[in-house]
Design a protein around this ligand. Sequence first.
Ligand code: SAH
Length: 343
Amino acid sequence: MINILDFNLEELKNWMKENGESVFRGKQVFDWIYKGIYNFDDMKNLPISTREKLKSNFYFSIPEMVKEYKSKDGDTYKFLFKYKDGNIIESVVMKYKHGNSICVSTQVGCRMGCKFCASTLGGMVRNLTSGEILGEILAAKGEMGEKISNIVMMGSGEPLDNFENVLKFIEIVNSPNGLNIGQRHITLSTCGVVPKIIELADIDLQITLAISLHAPNDEMRRNIMPVANKYSIEELLKACINYIEKTNRRITFEYALVKGVNDRGEHAEELARLLKGMLCHVNLIPVNEIKENTLKKSSAEDIKKFSNILIRNGIETTIRREMGADIEAACGQLRRSYLEEGK
Ligand code: SAH
């Protein structure tokens, strides 16, 4: 069986042609899917014989919801979703004034090994296909009965370690016949896989690139992010500058503040020197504490101080609002506790 959500419009048309159907049937099916119909029997403008053919070849990778959590303030929903093969992933929807934003996972687990992150603790299980990532959005939409207007790839997994599938996912959500979500409403977050950032720049998309920097120098970065052993900050920033030049897009640097590790004033000064003059923005994140390590989040006061130093040095900076902390809405925590409960 083929996952129909892995097909773009062109592929669906080709399939029809190759299977003795009229090409325009491909467009009809595509339209139904993105109208929210995930059942061939309900695609009323198709002949029964076509529906039968589709039924015997395709399935929809809409994951099953195994658990839903809602934060006390009602602004954050977290879903544990299960795919056909039993793998569990998590997606989070955050409700903002400007619309709903979904944080999707791109892999089951992750192999990047960042010290502070729960997603990577069990290693990487497998990549999600483009249709499976899309399935997270379709399932969340269905559960909430609401529109999704922004996508961030900040769930479990490293998007640039699943490059082809992620690109296809972007293509389909962006397509006017698909979910029709503008590229500027899509953010790809990476721990810094330099060669893929260079490739991405050449494709010249208008998505927002977010870089998980988390440290102002290589020594410190290597202590918390193994990927830093492979690529230096200098190489990473060079790739970022190239990305900005090619796409004209402002880059976001994510910096999770960990008490006593990367949160001192001198670190902020060092970071400001690194980023000076770049078309960028720093997003400071109080680290989410997880039980598998002893890293603590910086105090609100230290975060404010850190932020002020950056701003004083001309670096645009925001402090991320903490949402959904009461439902462990941080990167792989929920999947982990669910899997542990089951043991
Ligand atoms: N692999 C990608 C995207 C997934 S992680 C990346 O590294 O960017 C999304 C963001 O959450 C990253 O910036 C990551 O470093 C951060 N993150 C992971 N664990 C965290 C934690 N415990 N507290 C705060 N941020 C965390």
